[in-house]
Design a protein around this ligand. Structure first.
Ligand SMILES: [Zn+2]
Ligand SMILES: [Zn+2]
Length: 208
């Protein structure tokens, strides 16, 4: 399977409190144009309680209508312990590009159950930077089970350049099963946009 290096489907912006201040939507798009990217997804960290979402969506919509690059308007939302996605309901509708990721440490059992529920969520597009927590490992058959759910629910696994994930054990199994992949820099600064140097080895593994 060939991966499109001219796509970066995981980019943050200055709506969160820990990205660079110059990571504005217009600077992101300008950088993506300079790098000759074809398609990007701006996927800011969201919570159910986020109050900036309407402004963000309006701003990105107007930028997208003026850009030559295809721009997906999205969110990265935390997978909660009960498997729900920490995103306001109104954006879980199919119109937005939703990455579901673990940002909280769970036990293996909590993690596995929450992950399967997130995969089954029809409004989740991608599972972000998937990897087990430091405290546990997964057997090949447990990973195969995850792969079956991914395929059945048409979910994509991103190769994440910030965290260099998923682990090779996961990728080998998912690749064999025919899971779909794409690339995400998880950029929190302009220079990280479209930069996948850190995951060349993972890209090669999928493409070989
Ligand atoms: Zn994340
Ligand atoms: Zn992220």
């Amino acid at each position: 399977m060939l991966l499109n290096r001219q796509e970066d489907l995981h980019i943050h912006c200055n709506y969160n409190d820990h990205s660079d201040a110059d990571l504005t939507s217009s600077n992101i798009i300008q950088k993506a144009e300079q790098k000759k990217l074809e398609r990007i997804a701006i996927t800011e960290h969201v919570r159910k309680s986020s109050v900036w979402t309407r402004k963000y969506v309006n701003e990105l919509s107007s930028q997208a209508s003026r850009s030559k690059i295809r721009i997906l308007i999205g969110f990265e939302a935390k997978i909660l312990q009960n498997g729900e996605i920490d995103c306001p309901e109104e954006y879980l509708c199919g119109d937005y590009f939703v990455i579901a990721s673990f940002h909280t440490r769970y036990t293996k059992e909590q993690w596995y159950t929450a992950l399967i529920k997130a995969i089954e969520n029809p409004f989740v597009n991608v599972i972000g930077h998937l990897a087990p927590e430091a405290g546990f490992v997964l057997s090949d058959s447990e990973i195969e089970k995850i792969g079956e759910y991914l395929i059945e629910n048409k979910k994509i696994i991103e190769l994440n350049a910030k965290y260099v994930r998923p682990p090779i054990q996961f990728l080998n199994i998912f690749k064999r099963q025919g899971v779909k992949f794409h690339l995400g820099s998880d950029a929190h600064s302009l220079k990280e946009i479209g930069n996948f140097d850190r995951i060349n080895h993972l890209i090669n593994l999928i493409e070989k």
